[in-house]
Design a protein around this ligand. Structure first.
Ligand code: DLZ
Length: 206
């Protein structure tokens, strides 16, 4: 279902897309639901599970750097595998904090192998909850500008999955797990759909 204020989006075919997701680890309950929503929308558009690469960073402030590095790493990985250099250790190791974060890499080049192409879109997910100091304002502004800069500098769509909320309840509602009356709407699903739409349209715009 489309969120309030938006017409029903068209469905786009994501079956040959490779999508990265980078999420912050603050406010994990909200983050996990947003992440699930984004992944569900990607899968519903046909994106293969093994073409969805998830990485984590400590907090939202780290998102722009991580997205930028993840994208460049995927470009390097792609050019070295297409140059016949064989499989390098995954370039996304650069961002991995644990082995379970790593995308699975198989050594056979078949139709069923995960894509080695650069990411077609990257979704950045974070939840900033306003506190009593100015932290919120500084992190929100720096992260928003940073993510916009990364997408314009790299030419890859970066979906803005940064919730800036006044309290936890607002965040839970926007993750579809609110408690009072309505559960709210999971914005992560919109971000997954936006990633597929932008990735498909970008191919026609280049
Ligand atoms: C420091 C901080 C604070 C106060 N609040 C949040 C938050 O609500 N959400 C979030 O994702 N990150 C928060 N952080 C951490 C910063 O984003 C960052 O990780 C640290 O300042 C280290 O650079």
């Amino acid at each position: 279902m489309a969120p309030a204020g938006q017409s029903q989006p068209k469905l786009y075919d994501g079956s040959d897309l490779r999508v990265g997701i980078v999420h912050a680890r603050w406010n994990p309950r909200i983050i996990n639901s947003l992440l699930d929503g984004a992944k569900q929308a990607l899968r519903a558009a046909g994106v293969r599970e093994d073409n969805i690469v998830v990485q984590t960073v400590p907090g939202s402030y780290e998102l722009p750097f991580a997205v930028q590095r993840l994208y460049s790493a995927s470009q390097i990985q792609s050019s070295s595998s297409s140059a016949g250099g064989g499989l390098l250790a995954s370039a996304t190791d650069l961002l991995s904090s644990s082995a379970s974060d790593l995308p699975s890499i198989t050594a056979t080049a078949s139709d069923s192998a995960p894509s080695q192409a650069p990411f077609d879109a990257i979704i950045a997910i974070g939840v900033l909850i306003k506190g009593e100091t100015m932290h919120f304002e500084y992190i929100a502004e720096a992260t928003s500008h940073g993510l916009m800069r990364v997408q314009l500098d790299t030419g890859v769509p970066v979906v803005f999955g940064l919730l800036t909320v006044l309290n936890e309840e607002q965040g839970l509602m926007r993750a579809g797990i609110g408690g009072s009356g309505s559960d709210g709407h999971n914005h992560g699903a919109d971000w997954g759909s936006a990633a597929v739409e932008l990735a498909v349209k970008r191919r026609g715009w280049t």
